[in-house]
Design a protein. Structure first.
Length: 368
């Protein structure tokens, strides 16, 4: 199967009851970039990439569109099989994993459809028919965060992620304690996520002040050197997220014992093909991890859910999708959602998602 056409679309994804608050930014709306590839046997596939603004990582939606336009002409005639596809993308453009991921996802979708297999089948086979999700609690006051944590606990979420950082550390400590007070004993795991928004000093202060709370600290500081310095000093497990900017970083983190787990994102790693490799390394090292992404609609949600379904349940920390934070679907019949804290794994061939093109704007670029 070879690529004969590539079409690039833009979709607006407003945040419901926004903004979505993190340590470094507040997000009201996002632009997602969708890719449709058509193959020489008539099968087609969809991919997506949706950076969270321009300051979360070295990515932004206009850059994604431009990079796709840079690569697309050279991808016509390329096989959709992972090795030749990624080899060709790397020949055409250095880096920009978050863009290559959209093509990679679309290729998996098309290949699955042509073989009558779901993407999870292509990735080795689903172990479950639904995956656990988790809910990310915005930066908030102790009272508001506690109230929302209890609500999400009652909705069935097995894991909650509490945003911290970007404010006095005393406020974070008070919020963490209040949230734990509301969910203690309810079987819900707690993660605090700073999105690189804490100083090492503050991480040590939080870990010491919350030593009795069994929480995980996710990506507390800016760089890997900070994580390396903190690792032997903190009283809690540390997970790497934003620093997994490519498969090599994830490999080093797993192989050297730098961290206790990961927040893995499909687009940061460059797609499902490299994500599968890191998943298998984590399995060998017995490292728990999430399977999710920065943001996105049904296409990205399906990709994350499929790879999540192939992870050993005792190592899967959850699959985060943006569905609870946005309105509408690309595919109103098969669009994904969170029910009782879990997501059903699509069973149709490919991703199991076919966007309604009438609901999208005209392509911003097309190649054949």
């Amino acid at each position: 199967m070879k690529i004969t056409e590539i079409h690039v679309f833009k979709a607006d994804l407003p945040v419901v009851n926004g903004p979505y608050k993190m340590s470094h930014s507040s997000v009201w709306a996002l632009n997602s970039i969708l890719v449709k590839i058509v193959c020489d046997n008539g099968f087609f596939g969809w991919g997506e990439t949706c950076p969270v603004g321009s300051s979360y990582n070295e990515s932004f939606s206009s850059g994604a569109a431009a990079a796709l336009m840079e690569m697309a002409p050279g991808l016509i005639g390329t096989s959709i099989l992972p090795i030749p596809l990624h080899t060709r993308m790397d020949q055409l453009l250095k880096g920009h994993n978050y863009v290559k991921a959209a093509i990679d996802i679309a290729a998996h979708d098309a290949l699955g459809k042509s073989l009558g297999l779901s993407v999870s089948d292509l990735l080795g086979g689903a172990l479950v028919d639904r995956v656990p999700s988790y809910y990310a609690l915005n930066l908030a006051t102790p009272e508001d965060a506690s109230r929302q944590a209890l609500e999400k606990c009652k909705e069935g979420y097995p894991r909650l992620q509490l945003k911290v950082g970007g404010r006095p550390v005393e406020q974070d400590i008070a919020t963490i304690r209040k949230v734990w007070e509301s969910i203690d004993g309810k079987g819900v795991r707690l993660v605090i996520d700073a999105n690189r928004g804490l100083l090492t000093r503050d991480v040590l202060t939080i870990s010491k002040a919350c030593i009795q709370i069994p929480l995980v600290i996710e990506q507390p500081c800016e760089n890997v050197d900070d994580l390396r310095a903190l690792r032997p000093l903190v009283h809690h497990p540390i997970y790497m997220d934003e620093n997994t900017v490519n498969p090599n970083n994830a490999l080093v983190g797993a192989a050297t014992g730098l961290v206790d787990g990961f927040g893995l994102k499909v687009t940061q790693l460059g797609g499902l093909y490299p994500m599968r490799a890191i998943r298998d390394i984590c399995a060998l090292r017995r490292l728990p991890h999430t399977c999710d992404d920065t943001w996105g609609g049904d296409i990205m949600a399906a990709a994350c859910t499929h790879i999540g379904a192939t992870v050993a349940p005792n190592l899967l920390e959850g699959v985060w999708i943006a569905a609870p934070y946005i309105e509408g679907h690309y595919d109103f019949e098969n669009g994904l959602s969170v029910e009782s804290g879990h997501i059903k794994v699509p069973t149709l061939p490919g991703l199991g998602i076919i966007p309604d093109e009438s609901g999208l704007s005209q392509p911003i670029a097309s190649y054949s």
